[in-house]
Design a binder for this molecule. Structure first.
Ligand code: SF4
Length: 128
C-alpha cells in the first residue's frame, strides 16, 4: 500500500507529477492505493541487480520491513521471515526481534498511530 503522501514523495524523487506517476505505477483498489507489480509479479520498482529503484523515497511499509505487525505478534510468522529474509540475523530470537522492532518503528516514526491512512501492518500501539 502507498498513501498519497508516499506517492507524492516517490513522484518527486522520480521527477514526475503525481497524475503521471499514478497512471504509470499505481493501482487503486477501493479507497486504497497500491504500487503495481511487473510481469514477474514483483514490485514495479524492483530491479534485479540494483534492488529498489526508489529506495530514498520508498513507502513506509518498505522501510519498516521486517518489523511488520504479523512478525511482531506471531512467533511462527517471525520464524518464517527469519528463514527466508537474509536481512534478519539468524541468531535473533523472537523476544529480541520484538524489542528491536518496536524500538525501530518508534524511533523512525513508522508506527501507524502517527498517520491514519497507513496499513495495519505497522500498528504497534498494543505491542509491548
Ligand atoms: S522496497 Fe521493494 S517493494 Fe518497496 S518500493 Fe522498493 S522495490 Fe518496491
Amino acid at each position: 500500500m502507498a498513501t498519497l503522501k508516499e506517492q507524492q514523495r516517490m513522484a518527486d524523487y522520480l521527477g514526475m507529477d503525481i497524475s503521471g506517476f499514478q497512471m504509470m505505477y499505481v493501482q487503486r483498489k477501493g479507497d486504497k492505493f497500491f504500487i503495481r507489480n511487473n510481469d514477474q509479479g514483483w514490485c514495479i520498482f524492483f530491479n534485479t541487480g540494483k534492488g529498489c529503484t526508489v529506495h530514498p523515497a520508498k513507502p513506509r511499509t518498505c522501510r519498516a520491513w521486517p518489523f511488520f505487525r504479523g512478525n511482531l505478534m506471531d512467533e511462527s510468522s517471525f520464524e518464517m521471515a527469519r528463514e527466508y529474509c537474509p536481512g534478519i540475523d539468524p541468531d535473533t530470537d523472537f523476544e529480541e526481534f520484538v524489542r528491536l522492532g518496536v524500538k525501530y518503528l518508534q524511533e523512525h516514526g513508522l508506527g501507524q498511530e502517527l498517520e491514519d491512512d497507513a496499513g495495519n501492518a505497522l500498528r504497534t500501539s498494543d505491542i509491548a
